[in-house]
Design a protein around this ligand. Structure first.
Ligand SMILES: [Zn+2]
Length: 379
């Protein structure tokens, strides 16, 4: 049993910008499984830092009392580059400034990177195939050029996550209820996790089109199974993005509640021994991500919401009034912005000034919407 600090140095994109990625490795010498947890990949989304900071003491104590069967790798603040992006008195943590890339987009499709190197190597043994695939991924991660600070960070993170059985990426929305993004193959585990966390929705898609971090891990195995149908390929890891409510929902009570729920979930999976702290409560709802409407406006204006978080709306029901800021009669009257589906109001905006194409709400319906297309993320 051990608690180990992980400290990885990231060279900045210019002098004077050396930074460190800090985390912990906790657990037994021969773990049966591996859990990888990270928070604040979008560095302006800090509820995950609070949740994982609250979880760490629970894991330390479980380790001290020999209750852990799995290894836990935890990076509460996985994006020190984004945390350092403070300019003109404002923090902006969503985009890498040198490249303009959203920190949670364009993660590599690992299978495409290693496919050639797998040909002729797989066997009829599923355990051997797991090792072969993981070793090939590791080799690619160790030898590929990752030059910029953003890419160095990605390599460090992927080298910890690539062989995990559970990969949880903790984010948050703007003003929002707790929800989870995941792949449909994870539904049984996600249903359990959602119940532990009292999530209001689980939104599933195998590939949302944006290369988000949580999708990298299951897609590796799903693509391998497609490409090599004559060889047994292990089931993918349980991976998800957990949206821990809204950006300002950072506090001791939220942290304790989320940490306890995560701890309870891991206990229910057999990764932590001991008596379960609290039972899960609700029956979480699982729907395909393309059944969630991302309601947008087609011009600039000032929003006057007519609904609240957690409301159920009908198709055509007014979600917000949009007060015009220009045109024939600026500031006079409003346009009605209406729901395009029946569903639950999952998230809305804190900033009421919006512009053309801006999303103003997520509405969780049950029926896939043709209008959603192949790219399913908000931005
Ligand atoms: Zn995020």
């Amino acid at each position: 049993m051990a608690v180990e600090r992980i400290i990885t140095e990231i060279r900045g994109d210019g002098p004077g910008r050396l930074t460190e990625l800090n985390g912990y490795r906790i657990g037994p010498v021969n773990p049966v499984k591996k859990v990888y947890l990270q928070g604040a990949l979008h560095a302006d989304e800090q509820p995950g830092i609070m949740a994982l900071s609250s979880l760490l003491p629970l894991l330390f104590e479980a380790d001290r009392t020999n209750q852990l069967t799995a290894e836990f790798v935890v990076f509460p603040m996985v994006n020190p580059l984004g945390m350092g992006t403070v300019e003109f008195g404002m923090h902006q943590g969503r985009y890498d400034l040198p490249s303009g890339v959203n920190f949670n987009r364009d993660w590599p499709d690992l299978f495409l990177r290693i496919e050639q190197n797998l040909k002729g190597k797989l066997t009829d043994n599923v355990t051997e195939n797991r090792t072969i695939i993981l070793n090939t991924v590791r080799s690619w991660l160790e030898t590929e050029q990752f030059v910029s600070a953003r890419m160095q960070l990605r390599r460090a993170v992927m080298l910890e996550a690539y062989d995990a059985d559970y990969v949880f990426d903790l984010h948050c929305d703007d003003l929002s209820l707790l929800h989870i993004f995941s792949s449909p193959h994870c539904n049984p585990q996600m249903e359990s996790l959602g119940n532990w966390l009292s999530a209001d929705a689980i939104l599933t898609a195998e590939d949302s089109g944006g290369g988000s971090f949580d999708e990298v891990w299951p897609l590796l195995w799903l693509r391998a199974a497609d490409a090599f149908p004559n060889h047994p390929i292990p089931v993918p890891p349980a991976a998800c993005t957990i949206e821990l409510r809204g950006q300002n929902d950072v506090g001791h009570e939220f942290g304790q509640r989320d940490a306890t729920a995560l701890f309870g979930f891991f206990q229910s999976e057999g990764l932590i021994l001991g008596e379960t702290v609290i039972p899960p409560k609700e029956n979480v709802r699982i729907t395909p991500l393309n059944a969630t409407e991302i309601l947008r406006v087609d011009r600039a204006g000032l929003l006057d919401y007519q609904v609240h978080l957690g409301d159920w709306v009908k198709t055509g029901e007014v979600v917000a009034h949009l007060i015009p800021l220009e045109g024939e009669q600026p500031f006079v009257g409003y346009r009605e912005i209406c729901a395009g589906t029946d569903g639950l109001v999952l998230s809305i905006n804190s900033n009421k000034y919006v512009w053309q194409g801006r999303s103003i709400a997520k509405i969780v319906g049950n029926t896939p919407l043709a209008s959603r297309g192949d790219y399913l993320l908000e931005d």
